[in-house]
Write a protein that binds this ligand. Structure first.
Ligand code: AMP
Length: 303
């Protein structure tokens, strides 16, 4: 199955207790696709400005990512600026400048429309929906979002969530979206609206995956080297979705066992993402490296 990814491709300004980086490669689709490229070759649908350097596109292409769906606009590139405090658990947004994404009208090629898998990484839910509606017969559709869109475009976000198979959100976002303080109740309430699988990301505390009559909990891989958590959620989703795509057949339901293995793969992938600034960490998530950490996770959780 071939995957299409829509989402932000961006410049990030990041401040963590370990340093400050400006104008580094960021964006949910960038982190997601590099993480997924360990197992598959995704194609990105996005827009960049005339200020976006060719070297970043070449860098993405080096991973086998198809960048031909990244449109160039005369506007500015999406720019996110944020910082983390001592515990690095929460990203604090300083500013979000949509730039070219404010007027982006995604246009898929005929080949794009026929792809079997769509992942809508974090971006305006109106754009996500426009891409989804152009797909002819997707077999697997995943979605990620964040507090920024839950607060500003909740209705549009619900419209797209209702049509997805797998939803990825962090714990605070799940509570915020459902208006429910019990995390399990909140995830189940969202599940009732459409997604078969709701994956609740809990940063260094791991992940909880809820499908029908099944809950799986995975810890995060206990890395000691946490430099920059930006993109860890996207990298988790990229690892998890790519594992599902690489190990399932079109039209076949995702078994609980496959979901568990995919979540473990995502957790191991995300642990590389936090070990460097920008996409430097996730770039080290080779198949062999991820397999090693999955084996450690298995040992850690067996009793
Ligand atoms: P994560 O840390 O996994 O939640 O993802 C962080 C990435 O998301 C950064 O590289 C940002 O460029 C990107 N990002 C931040 N805010 C937004 C937003 N409102 N919409 C889309 N992408 C965003």
């Amino acid at each position: 199955m071939r995957m299409l990814v829509v989402g932000s491709v961006a410049f990030d300004d990041i401040q963590t207790p370990f340093g400050v980086k400006k104008n580094v490669l960021g964006g949910a689709a960038s982190h997601f696709s590099i993480a997924a490229s360990t197992l598959i070759e995704p194609k990105i649908i996005a827009v960049i400005g005339s200020d976006f350097p060719e070297k970043y596109l070449k860098y993405l292409a080096k991973f086998g990512i198809d960048t031909s769906g990244i449109e160039k606009s005369s506007d500015k590139t999406f720019h996110w600026s944020g910082f983390y405090e001592h515990d690095m658990a929460v990203a604090h947004t300083r500013s979000t400048e949509l730039g070219a994404f404010a007027t982006f009208e995604p246009k898929l090629t005929e080949e794009d429309k026929l792809r079997q898998v769509l992942f809508m990484a974090n971006i305006d839910p109106v754009i996500q929906y426009k891409v989804l509606k152009q797909m002819k017969n997707p077999q697997l559709v995943g979605l990620d979002s964040m507090n920024f869109w839950i607060e500003s475009k909740k209705k549009d976000l619900w419209k797209v969530i209702k049509e997805v198979d797998i939803l990825f959100l962090n714990d605070a976002e799940v509570r915020m979206l459902a208006g429910e303080s019990s995390l399990i109740k909140a995830a189940k309430a969202i599940q009732k609206q459409g997604p078969d699988i709701v994956i609740v990301k809990k940063g260094e505390h791991g992940v909880m995956a809820i499908s029908h009559n099944h809950i799986f909990v995975s810890p995060a891989y206990p890395t000691e080297k946490v430099i920059d958590p930006t993109g860890a959620g996207d990298s988790f989703a990229g690892g998890c979705m790519s594992y599902l795509v690489a190990n399932s057949q079109p039209g076949k339901k995702i078994s609980d066992d496959l979901l568990r293995r995919a979540v473990a793969w995502g957790s191991a992938t995300a642990s590389f993402a936090v070990e460097g600034f920008s996409t430097d960490g996730v770039a080290k998530a080779t198949e062999k490296n991820v397999e090693g950490r999955v084996a450690t996770l298995r040992k850690l959780t067996s009793f």
